[in-house]
Write a protein that binds this ligand. Structure first.
Ligand SMILES: [Zn+2]
Length: 246
């Protein structure tokens, strides 16, 4: 088992974990799918390997340029987390060339991938590589799960609102839909084609890239939703994008 404590004491030491890192990146580059869970765990979740290690972003960039969505996705997540750390931009400054190449790879991938789930993963990575959209994970996660669990933005403290998209319908409820009885009150969502903001851009991409199902889901995310408790109308995308304590 790795010594997590000592790894955290010197996370920027280039030599730390190099053989392990090198082996994982090499396995991933040779198509060993199991290497990705190791890379996510050690680079992202528990920090036993350093994302600023000189091997990491160049290797992920090279794989992303070959169309490996896992590499693009991990690179995007590492950049988003780095943007939110106490010294934001550490990775972006050190690896500006790779970030530019990742961005180009993300745009090529969105035009190439098949399947709306993978397409959503590419959109999330694209937003992550671009930076400036800390809500991207929630926005895209809701598209993938066909559900958002958000706080009513009204002043009345209504609490949670479940926003359901997809085969079960498009509506809000005040109860956890998965646990609720059939007679739970549903308020239909009112879709709208987004005119501005990140929703509009993603909607345009989804249409241009041949993913009308994703584009349609975005019309609900960027349309009008109503809190079933207080009746306040809001846009899901606005609630997700609003600054809030994390
Ligand atoms: Zn409310």
């Amino acid at each position: 088992m790795p010594d997590i404590h000592s790894a955290h004491e010197s996370p920027l030491t280039a030599g730390t974990g190099t053989p392990r890192l090198s082996a994982l990146l090499d396995a991933a580059a040779h198509g060993d799918g199991r290497a990705w869970s190791g890379l996510w765990t050690e680079l992202f979740h528990n920090g036993t390997l350093d994302p600023a290690h000189p091997l990491v972003l160049p290797a992920l960039t090279a794989m992303a340029e070959e169309g490996t969505v896992e590499a693009l996705s991990l690179a995007g997540a590492l950049l988003v987390r780095d943007d939110g750390c106490p010294e934001p931009g550490r990775l972006r400054e050190a690896y500006a060339l790779e970030v530019a190449r990742l961005l180009a790879a993300a745009h090529r991938s969105r035009q190439a991938v098949v399947g709306s789930g993978t397409y959503c993963v590419v959109l999330e990575a694209l937003l992550g590589v671009e930076g400036g959209a800390p809500y991207a994970e929630e926005l895209i996660g809701g598209l993938l799960n066909e559900e958002y669990e958000i706080e009513c933005p009204g002043p009345d403290g209504c609490g949670e609102v479940w926003v359901v998209l997809g085969e079960r319908g498009h509506f809000t409820t005040a109860e956890d839909y998965a646990l609720a009885e059939d007679d739970v009150r549903r308020v239909p969502l009112r879709p709208a084609v987004p005119g501005t903001g990140p929703g509009a851009r993603l909607h345009g991409y989804a249409l241009a890239d041949g993913h009308p199902d994703v584009a349609r889901a975005l019309t609900y995310v960027c349309g009008e939703a109503e809190c079933p408790t207080c009746g306040r109308s809001f846009r899901v995308s606005d609630v997700l994008a609003a600054p809030r304590p994390r």
